[in-house]
Design a binder for this molecule. Structure first.
Ligand SMILES: *Cc1c(COP(=O)(O)O)cnc(C)c1O
Length: 400
């Protein structure tokens, strides 16, 4: 296997970021994963099962669509990687399919997960139904109320949804509860983390599973243009998994420009933002060392974004490393900019994006590209889940 500056060392460090900061009681579970994950996910048997399910169940490869009207407008070649066309509507299923196969190989019969907006919970419940595994999803009690349609989906899929009433009753509290569950069920349970966050080996595990996105891009771009490497790849960044997957195959080629889009909510100066790299400092959250939005006392502050999937105070350690080494640039995109970009994509290409993905689309207006460049934007998900937000926003708009 290729060693790169951007794969972690044995202790899970990307430069100074990463590691595994966990309570002693979790050491056994984490060590088992650390010792086994690479040998399993790199085995031919795993790869063949993983790619068969991605193809036959999730609908991969997802298209690489040359967006003709956007290309004309922005005077460059714009390609959209259509992760929105996956089963369940986003890239999250790639990771869940991979981790449920890993769990099987580890002999685990029970799956737990945490979820904020419910998207990762739905993807996890989906693969558990597929495999006939018991599934328990922890969700802040406030989120259970706010995300009723996803709660219904998870229950319909056979998962047990446990509302968490401690703390702010949101994602952080749900994560704590999932950890507690894992500590008390060490031998039969696998914990599926939904992004490139958490203690080693999760950031590397999830990046490898999501890397299918960029390997497909290379193959598809080569077919269409005769060159596998794009000039620019753009992706939105919450925890950072669709971006990690979209960048992965190109990390070691410095000629490929990488741009991450962070959610800046009402604006970085307003305090209502989730732009971790723009506003954060180094700290420890959910088992790893990375950038983190915190107050002067080191307390994590509540982030804000119109998009629930980007509303996270931390970021995966790989991205902190890509940021500090200058390998990737990260732009702050406000709610307003994302909404305008969502409208533009919808009206110009007939594709309604997830609010998260709209942050990546907004980069087109902020950067300039050469006419001969191939610009790939990872369209991480579809907009169905965001229709009530869109309808609130557009109800005052005149019909166009
Ligand atoms: C969850 C989600 C994200 C954010 O997660 P990452 O780990 O940063 O990719 C982005 N887009 C969509 C559609 C999502 O559901």
């Amino acid at each position: 296997m290729v060693k790169s500056r951007f794969t972690p060392d044995e202790r899970g460090y990307y430069g100074e970021f990463g590691g595994a900061f966990i309570p002693e009681m979790l050491m056994g579970n984490i060590q088992e994963l650390q010792e086994r994950y690479l040998e399993i996910v790199e085995s031919e048997m795993f790869k063949s099962e993983f790619h068969s399910l991605l193809r036959d169940y999730s609908g991969r490869p997802t298209p690489l669509y040359p967006a003709m009207r956007l290309s004309e407008k922005y005077k460059t070649h714009v390609f959209l990687k259509r992760e929105d066309l996956n089963h369940t509507g986003a890239h999250k299923i790639n990771n869940c399919v991979g981790q449920v196969l890993l769990a099987e190989k580890l002999g685990k019969k029970r799956i737990i997960a945490e979820t904020g907006a419910g998207q990762h919970g739905v993807a996890t419940a989906t693969v558990c139904a597929l495999k006939g595994l018991e599934c328990v999803v922890y969700m802040g009690a406030l989120d259970v109320e706010r995300q009723a349609p996803n709660v219904t989906k998870m229950k319909m899929l056979g998962a047990t949804v446990v509302p968490v009433h401690s703390g702010n009753k949101t994602l952080k509290d749900a994560t704590n509860e999932a950890m507690r569950d894992w500590i008390s069920h060490p031998s039969d349970t696998h914990y599926i983390i939904g992004s490139v966050v958490g203690p080693h080996p999760y950031p590397d595990l999830v990046a490898r599973l999501q890397s299918v996105i960029s390997y497909e891009v290379a193959f598809q771009l080569d077919e269409k243009t005769g060159k596998p490497d794009p000039d620019v790849v753009i992706a939105c960044v919450g925890g950072g998994s669709n971006a990690a997957g979209g960048f992965y195959a190109f990390l070691d080629n410095p000629d490929v420009k990488l741009i991450g889009a962070e959610a800046a909510g009402l604006g970085n100066e307003t305090g209502e933002s989730a732009a971790t790299l723009a506003l954060g400092r180094t700290g420890i959250l959910h088992g790893s060392k990375s950038y983190l939005i915190q107050d002067i006392y080191g307390q994590v502050t509540e982030p804000y974004s119109i998009s629930a999937g980007l509303d996270y105070p931390g970021i995966g350690p790989l991205h902190s490393h890509l940021y500090t080494t200058g390998r990737c640039r990260y732009l702050s995109i406000t709610d307003q900019e994302a909404l305008e970009a969502a409208m533009e994509l919808t009206r110009m290409e007939g594709i309604i994006p997830a609010l998260e993905s709209a942050h990546a689309m907004a980069v087109l207006r902020k950067e300039s590209f050469r006419p001969d460049e191939n610009v790939v934007i990872i369209l991480s998900g579809r907009g169905d889940k965001d229709m009530s937000t869109y309808s609130n926003y557009f109800k005052n708009e005149p019909d166009r």
